[in-house]
Ligand binder design. Sequence first.
Ligand code: IPD
Ligand code: CA
Ligand code: CA
Length: 265
Amino acid sequence: MTSQISGLDTRFALAQAIAREAGAVALDYFNRRETLVIETKRDLQDVVSIADREVENLIRARVAEVHPGDGFLGEEYGLARGDSGYTWVVDPIDGTSPFVNGMPNWCVSIAVLRNNEPVIGVICAPCHDELYASASGKGATLNGRVLSLDPSRTIRNAVTGIGANNYVTPAFVGKMVENLLEAGGNFIRNGSGALMLAYVAAGRLVGYYEPYMHAWDCLAGYCLVKEAGGWYHPFPVEGEQLTKGSPVLATAPGARDDLMKIAGL
Ligand code: IPD
Ligand code: CA
Ligand code: CA
């Protein structure tokens, strides 16, 4: 037990230090983004550059220096399994589309799984100078300020974040927007699902729903939301499922039932 607690503490401190360092490197690329060669992945909207790859390489190297037995899953270079019981799940830049188009809504997202639970969630949003940090049983903070969700907020008196990509049909996206508006809600999409999950933890959004995302997009945000007093729809991470997509939903307590219904979960 003692070694598990100290294992968590060590990694929590490391995750915050790495997120700050990686955020600074990403911000440097952002500030000279006109020099980047933009490549596309699944379609013309799905973009990537050397910034995503270099930031992931940096995070992998920093983790391996201190915890060589930890597993590591990153969006750009995939999964390397470990034997320590801990797995880092990282999106080096979430919100690459805003990033390459010169908008500030992007972040570095770092989660750590222990026994298939996201026990650490750290999100760094360099353009806003914000560091969101959470660890299991230790609460969630934004730049050191404790985050605690207000149970009186619902989809009707607050704003909900949504997202979608080309894994889901336009009709499905249209229907989810229609369901939300008909229930009296309204929506925002800023191009970074991970950052919008951090906004749920900060009480800026009352919930976030996206029909299909990956573990690297959501697990850090999930830990943050839970530690701030919210709820999340479990993301399957056992075995091969860790690298597959699944619905993502995280909410403040007063929005859970409405958003589960809207999402059909
Ligand atoms: C994307 C963003 C976007 C969400 C997509 C994700 P990326 O991640 O989080 O908001 O709608 O589903 O793939 O490509 O910027 O890392
Ligand atoms: Ca992402
Ligand atoms: Ca990414």
